[in-house]
Design a protein around this ligand. Structure first.
Ligand SMILES: [Zn+2]
Length: 290
């Protein structure tokens, strides 16, 4: 029911406390600021042309007020709308964000179908997190696939170098499993991942420490079925993904880069929509936990 692939161990009940630096969020804000600044500059240019003869109309204090208003607008645009519940891995709305919304995540990417799944989701207006492993991006083809997924607007998440069970490897190897992959993702995409998911959902104290040091938000999931034998049939998978009792507000939906999931993906998304659910953009998620 709610396990990742091969493992039957669910860490979902553990409550972890950690904090995150604002680095990546600030990057996002900077990008918005840049756009906003460009727009403002254009507006100012137009104003200058239109009001050439009334140059002194705008006092410095009025200009300050305008600038402040612009800053507030930007803050509102980039303000996180959902927070991860670290007790059950669901997403909860902050303030008045839509409650009836789910997050789509695709693990073990980009294997055979990642780019196609990325395109399907993009065509349907859904932005997902693709959690990647290094063995899928360690050659030119893999790197191109990673870039393709990103170009479709999706978030790239860290799923460790080798898909190791972090609870079963020496503690001193945990950092390498996580940090080396973030280094590689950054080398290829120019961006370090914001999100981490441990293979099989198996975290350790050390893995949480590293995730915190790396300013990532670690998450498991609330439900998924595509690793169970009976749901390797696309129709069966599309049905269960929508009919399951686990489909609830804020569901953190786990799927994998698999043939049957790829085939069922459009039906799953349309099915979720028909049930009344919106899709949470990973950029709407608060990265800095309490
Ligand atoms: Zn996995």
């Amino acid at each position: 029911m709610v396990y990742d692939g091969e493992s039957k161990i669910d860490n979902g009940g553990e409550i972890m406390r950690f904090t995150y630096a604002k680095g990546v969020l600030c990057l996002g804000i900077s990008a918005s600021l840049l756009v906003a600044c460009q727009e403002t500059e254009q507006e100012v240019d137009l104003d200058e042309i239109e009001e050439e003869e009334n140059e002194d109309d705008q006092s410095p204090s009025e200009a300050d007020e305008e600038a402040e208003a612009t800053e507030e607008e930007i803050e509102e645009e980039t303000k996180p709308e959902y927070i991860l519940n670290e007790g059950n891995w669901a997403l909860e709305p902050i303030d008045d964000a839509e409650e009836e919304a789910v997050l789509i995540t695709i693990d073990d990417a980009p294997d055979e179908h990642g780019p196609e799944m990325a395109e399907t989701l993009d065509d349907l207006g859904v932005t997902a997190i693709f959690f990647v492993n290094h063995h899928f991006i360690d050659d030119e083809e893999g790197e191109e696939e990673l870039l393709e997924i990103k170009e479709h607007g999706h978030e790239i998440g860290n799923h460790t170098m080798t898909h190791a069970n972090l609870a079963e490897i020496p503690e001193e190897d945990v950092e390498e499993e996580i940090v080396e992959l973030s280094d590689e993702i950054e080398r290829i995409t120019d961006e370090r991942p914001d999100f981490f998911r441990a293979p099989h959902g198996m975290n350790t104290d050390r893995s949480w420490e590293v995730v915190e040091e790396e300013d990532m938000l670690g998450m498991n999931w609330t439900y998924g079925f595509d690793w169970e034998e009976e749901y390797t049939d696309p129709d069966a998978l599309a049905d269960i993904m929508v009919e399951t009792e686990y489909l609830q507000n804020g569901a953190n939906i786990l799927m994998h880069d698999r043939e049957w999931t790829n085939e069922a993906l459009e039906d799953i998304i349309i099915g979720l929509e028909d049930e009344g659910y919106d899709f949470i953009d990973p950029e709407q998620i608060e990265l800095e936990q309490e």
